[in-house]
Design a protein around this ligand. Structure first.
Ligand code: FAD
Length: 457
């Protein structure tokens, strides 16, 4: 029953970023794909803003797009960001490069554009049908039956599906149904910080009013503001702030308090955000969640992937990249296995440790972004790291480089990154400038600690 039969129709829950891309991969393998999406078609109707207007795509996401022939066009709509532009409370802006040189950059891309682009190309295969306004309410894995609400008519129907892939996001109905099965687990860790999007419009003639090729950060300890560039010259800002407490979304309860807070904390951003108080009180306050669940499949009947399996907080810019990497991994396994169950099982075994690793790194990066980026010691260590990246190419590797500019498994990036971080920290002790770093000692530490670890993996 669960043999991988290419004439079979696969049902996919969700036509978000991961669902639309997975549909393309399946179509290319010969499957017919039926996608059930609860939202209206965003190419035809205005859909509420939802999550982040733009996002950062890096090596893993771009590689996945390349596999389906879409990387070049996506790159044409993306803006390279070469480093973090730090906006301190007073004093000069500083650019902290992401990599060893400008060739190592991440890219800002519009979520809506990318999602529409993927849906259109998925449908363009002739094998994918996306049905909008269809909300999956529950799943019965014993009978392989979905309960689907047709939103326009308000009627619910039962649908028999031989194979179900759940790419229905962090609140996944498919995962919730799986979590009810004996022995399955699913935890949701909701961050005590929320986020709010604000906008910096383009300058005259579509010009950028801040450095275009950077991810801007105003790090302020327990909270921060960031901004990513858009193709039209605007920037989308995101304020990350605790929900409750003395400086929080709860405490900023009037336009005058919001204005005073911004003038005190982000003075250089205020003149750039003309609709600050309007946006602050009209735009939704988003939640961020880490989802860890196991297993991700029910025999060969159903599998969850992307945020549905492993939603993470956005501070490493990797949620979508990780979900796209899932698609590549599953596609490869479908080529090798003749039973769904074997492919699903190996997918879970391969991807779960990596999803857990990026989930933990994303939480750690929150502290780095909102707090450490403001400290001179952190800045020095980043500069020492850059010296080592250039001095020992292929031997010294940093966590950020491995996560964002390579496809090394996240688990390995985590472990190598920890060793590399300790080396940088030891070498930076007592330095005032990165150029003073002792390269002989550095070579010894790299040889003794990193090289054997890399050789063993
Ligand atoms: P989603 O994008 O959530 O798509 C799920 C789809 O399923 C949606 O279309 C939804 O309507 C549909 N759906 C849900 N429930 C049902 C149902 N019951 N029935 C039918 N359809 C359903 N990632 C990065 O890589 N880089 C970044 O810079 C980045 N920035 C981020 C910033 C913020 C503020 C946030 C919150 C996230 C960010 N992410 C980033 C993470 C990224 O948004 C997610 O990892 C990505 O959207 C996951 O894609 P997905 O398709 O799995 O889920």
């Amino acid at each position: 029953m669960h043999a991988l039969d290419r004439t079979q129709t696969v049902t996919l829950a969700g036509a978000g970023l991961v669902g639309s891309l997975m549909a393309m991969f399946l179509a290319r393998r010969g499957f017919q794909v039926e996608v059930l999406e609860r939202r209206p078609d965003m190419r035809r109707e205005t859909v509420e803003a939802g999550r982040s207007i733009n996002l950062a795509i890096s090596a893993r996401g771009l590689y996945a797009l390349k596999q389906v022939g879409l990387e070049d066009e996506a790159r044409r709509h993306a803006i390279p960001m070469r480093g973090r532009m730090i906006h301190p409370l007073s004093g000069e802006l500083t650019l902290q490069p992401y990599g060893k040189d400008d060739s190592q950059h991440i890219n800002s891309i519009s979520r809506a554009w990318l999602n529409q682009f993927l849906m259109t190309h998925a449908e363009g295969t002739g094998k994918v049908r996306i049905r909008f306004k269809q909300r999956i309410q529950s799943v019965d894995f014993d009978t392989g039956t979905l309960s689907v609400l047709d939103e326009p008519s308000g009627t619910t129907r039962e649908e028999r599906v031989p194979v179900l892939l759940g790419a229905d996001g962090s609140g996944s109905a498919v995962r919730q149904a799986m979590a009810k099965l004996p022995g399955n687990t699913s935890t949701q860790d909701v961050l005590s910080h929320g986020y709010k999007e604000l906008s910096i419009p383009a300058g005259p003639g579509g010009s950028f009013r801040m450095e275009k090729h950077a991810l801007h950060i105003w790090p302020r300890g327990t909270f921060m503001l960031i901004a990513l560039p858009n193709e039209d010259g605007s920037f989308t800002c995101t304020l990350f702030l605790p929900f409750e407490g003395p400086v929080s979304f709860a405490s900023l309860d009037s336009p005058s308090k919001v204005t005073a807070f911004f003038q005190e904390q982000f003075p250089d951003a205020v003149p750039l955000i003309p609709t600050l108080t309007h946006d602050f009180f009209h735009n939704p306050t988003g939640h961020m969640v880490t989802v860890k669940s196991a297993p991700w499949h029910v025999e060969g009947r159903a599998l969850v992937l992307g945020d549905a399996a492993h939603a993470i907080v956005p501070f490493f810019g990797q949620g979508m990249n990780c979900g796209f990497e899932d698609c590549v991994a599953l596609d490869g396994l479908l080529a090798r296995h003749s039973r769904w169950e074997d492919a699903f099982e190996e997918f879970f075994r391969l991807r779960k440790p990596n999803a857990d690793a990026i989930a933990d790194m994303a939480v750690e990066n929150f502290i780095e972004m909102r707090d450490s980026t403001a400290s001179p010691r952190f800045l020095l260590e980043k500069q020492v790291e850059k010296v080592l990246l250039n001095a020992f190419p292929g031997q010294f590797l940093s966590r950020y480089t491995l996560v964002s500019f390579s496809r090394v498994p996240y688990r390995l990036a985590y472990e190598v990154g920890a060793i590399a971080g300790r080396i940088v920290s030891e070498l930076s002790e007592g330095l005032t400038r990165a150029e003073e770093v002792d390269l002989d000692r550095a070579a010894r530490l790299v040889r003794e600690r990193l090289v054997p670890f890399l050789e063993a993996h």
